[in-house]
Design a binder for this molecule. Structure first.
Ligand SMILES: Cc1ncc(COP(=O)(O)O)c(C=O)c1O
Length: 473
């Protein structure tokens, strides 16, 4: 098993491909989720430490019979929860090949062609964002790590020998920003949360007031985080205006585009991202809106040399001897990780194999699905939108006729029960958001398989599940 022959590899491969094709072939007929318990799953997995191995078919049988059915089907066209990409077979093959080669992208000499491929792919992403040619970056595990790396670079850019560092982000900002501040020793309490307007965008007047107040008492404002697609509602902060404020107060501008930034590829959304190319750093996740399987996030720095000053660390065992320039390149100088898998392969295969035009179309179609939800909800008399759709996230509520005169609290409580019942039903999957103290059903279209018909099915599912809740109570 440890060192199979070429013929054995072919036989294993045939079975795996068969399983993959079967699984993806009837994905639409599966339930996105089913009710299950931890105990139920554990009871089916043999817990004894294996002293002797079992054959490959037996391993696959466990994957087919236990792992698949007891998983949430993230590739399903009606998986609307959280910010979940579906993955794509092309990238699954890329991951297989990356693990086969087992390249370790620490420095150029460790993996020459894979490092060149990562640099090339990062450069394509730089072009997608419209950054200057000097900008650069690297792939990391996801948006959280990209945000952490960017905030580390932002801190490096500021002389912080005196005063307390302060950074600014809207109250809708993803928690990974506060977490990064805590991990970097900046402190959660030094992330100033700026209120948002009716569209959940940062209030720039409040931002300026907070920076000014901090300066007056001797603090050191160093960074403003702008959102290019908040996790709750998909709000995009006014990026060009934030750039001006950052320039005025000499702040680093970081854009968290983990969810939304690839929507710059869609013609109908592009104008929202004007100014992103002037940020000092951007976090964006190919494992979200480029549909790739986890894990691949990305950080782009406008001036990679600042990141280098934050991350470079000389140690005798990593010293690069007798090499120059391109061949002396080390990814560890630009991010927190040393050993790094060949994440670039799946990004490269996707961009090269599918092409940017088809990806733009798929993103455009996701946006159209979210707008379709909004138009159907607004045309109905039993649903209400909680916030207008900006990108592919939609937040709404079900208000059946019987509940119309109930209090907001009762309607929220009903929608909470409805969400759980919908998830257990399994035909469609939503998650939730709390917006202005009210509960909202929340969906995010992030799957090239999702169609307008799926949106109609989602609303029908909600009505059907709601009816059975109302009749049983
Ligand atoms: C806006 C935003 N930022 C950051 C993250 C964190 O990304 P990751 O889960 O890849 O660490 C998310 C995750 O959904 C997000 O939506």
């Amino acid at each position: 098993m440890l060192d199979p022959s070429a013929d054995e590899i072919r036989v294993w491969g045939d079975s795996v491909i068969e399983l993959m094709a079967d699984y993806l072939g009837d994905l639409r007929d599966r339930r996105v989720y089913c009710q299950m318990s931890s105990r139920e799953i554990r009871d089916q997995l043999d817990a004894t430490l294996p002293t002797k191995g079992i054959d490959f078919d037996a391993l696959l049988k466990i994957f087919r019979e236990i792992i698949i059915p007891f998983s949430r089907q993230n590739a399903h066209p009606r998986m609307f929860g959280y910010v979940q990409s579906p993955g794509t077979p092309l990238a699954a093959f890329a991951d297989l090949l990356a693990s086969t080669l087992n390249a370790n992208l620490t420095v150029w000499r460790s993996a020459p062609a894979p490092v060149e491929m990562e640099r090339l792919t990062i450069d394509w992403i730089r072009q997608i964002l419209g950054f200057n040619a000097e900008a650069g970056g690297l792939f990391v595990s996801g948006g959280s790590m990209a945000n952490l790396a960017a905030i580390a670079a932002a801190r490096q850019a500021k002389d912080h020998s005196s005063g307390r560092l302060r950074m600014y982000a809207s109250s809708e900002t993803h928690f990974s920003i506060a977490k990064a501040a805590a991990l970097l020793g900046i402190g959660r309490e030094n992330v100033r949360h700026v209120p948002v307007d009716d569209h959940f965008r940062i209030r720039v007047d409040d931002l300026v007031a907070k920076i000014t107040a901090d300066l007056e008492v001797g603090h050191l404002p160093f960074c403003v985080v702008a959102n290019a697609g908040t996790v709750n509602t998909g709000a995009v902060d006014p990026l060009a205006e934030i750039r001006e404020i950052a320039d005025r107060f000499k702040l680093w501008m970081h854009v968290d585009g983990s969810y939304g930034a690839f929507a710059v590829l869609a013609e109908s959304a592009r104008k929202l991202f004007a100014g992103i190319e002037r940020a000092d750093s951007v976090a964006l996740d190919p494992h979200k809106w480029l549909y790739l399987p986890v894990d691949v996030g990305c950080v782009i720095y406008r001036d990679p040399e600042i990141a280098r000053a934050a991350f470079a660390h000389e140690a005798e065992y990593t010293r690069i001897i007798a090499e120059e320039a391109d061949e002396a390149f080390a990814f560890w100088d630009y991010g927190p990780e040393l050993s790094r898998r060949f994440r670039a392969l799946k990004v490269w295969m996707l961009l090269k194999g599918v092409g940017v035009d088809s990806l733009s179309e798929a993103i455009e179609s996701n946006l159209a699905c979210a707008r379709y939800v909004e138009s159907m909800v607004r045309a109905s008399d039993d649903f209400e939108m909680v916030t207008p759709v900006e990108l592919s996230i939609f937040c709404f509520r079900h208000v059946p006729v019987q509940l119309r005169s109930e209090s907001p609290h009762a309607i929220d409580a009903f929608n909470e029960r409805l969400l759980i019942a919908l998830q257990r039903d399994g035909s469609s999957y939503l998650s939730n958001a709390t917006l202005g103290d009210r509960f909202a059903l929340r969906g995010c279209v992030l799957n090239y398989r999702t169609t307008l018909r799926d949106i109609e099915i989602l609303l029908d599912d909600l009505r059907r599940v709601a009816r059975s809740l109302l009749t049983s109570s």
